[in-house]
Write a protein that binds this ligand. Sequence first.
Ligand SMILES: *Cc1c(COP(=O)(O)O)cnc(C)c1O
Length: 239
Amino acid sequence: MTDRKAELAANLARVEERISSACAAAGRARDEVTLIVVTKTYPASDVRLLADLGVRHVAENRDQDAAPKAAACADLSLSWHFVGQLQTNKVRSVAGYAHVVQSVDRARLVPALSAAAEKTGRELVCLVQIALDAGAGERGERGGAAPDQLAELADLVAAAPGLRIGGLMTVAPLAGPYAGREQAAFERLLELSSQLRTDHPAATMVSAGMSADLEQAVMAGATHVRVGTAVLGARARLG
Ligand SMILES: *Cc1c(COP(=O)(O)O)cnc(C)c1O
């Protein structure tokens, strides 16, 4: 095993232990939570090592980096999640490799995603990104729709050819009433998820929790955690 592979294996084992402990503490089965490794700023060679180590889901937040990385890893059986702020002019590229777009936060993206998905002939799973610190009708500073827009966005996605509404995603807010209260934020997301499921019962994905707060997300009921630095190490630049 190379040094890097051994390092990733050790980090993955620690993250796995954290997820298992949190599931046990929450009275949840381990298989209710899917680990997505956020590989942004790290090279395709790391993605390959992760796949070798059993990782099945990876996430990226910038199309410029993700598109060549996904192309270099096209032989691996991985699910690619796009978790970054999405511009309409990037949608076509993203739909070329992403299986899940977790950052749908405005109506304008939906027809673009739909057209791009139809072109690829693959169904694209979309999550509505919620900004818990955004006021009614606003968007979050790091992307995300205000909670009052959830129903409309979910209906738009569900009605769009080529798209499937999979659920919700959030990033714990740094400001506003939920700042420093990750578990309360994630519990609020779970309430929004149950509202969503009254109209869209299959939209069961709840993507919440990162390296610093995955336990709180698992406790609140998240189905997917997105972990970057705890697996790959501290990032050299902001991403
Ligand atoms: C970078 C990123 C993560 C992972 O964050 P870490 O703190 O490195 O675990 C999760 N979600 C999103 C949307 C991200 O951009």
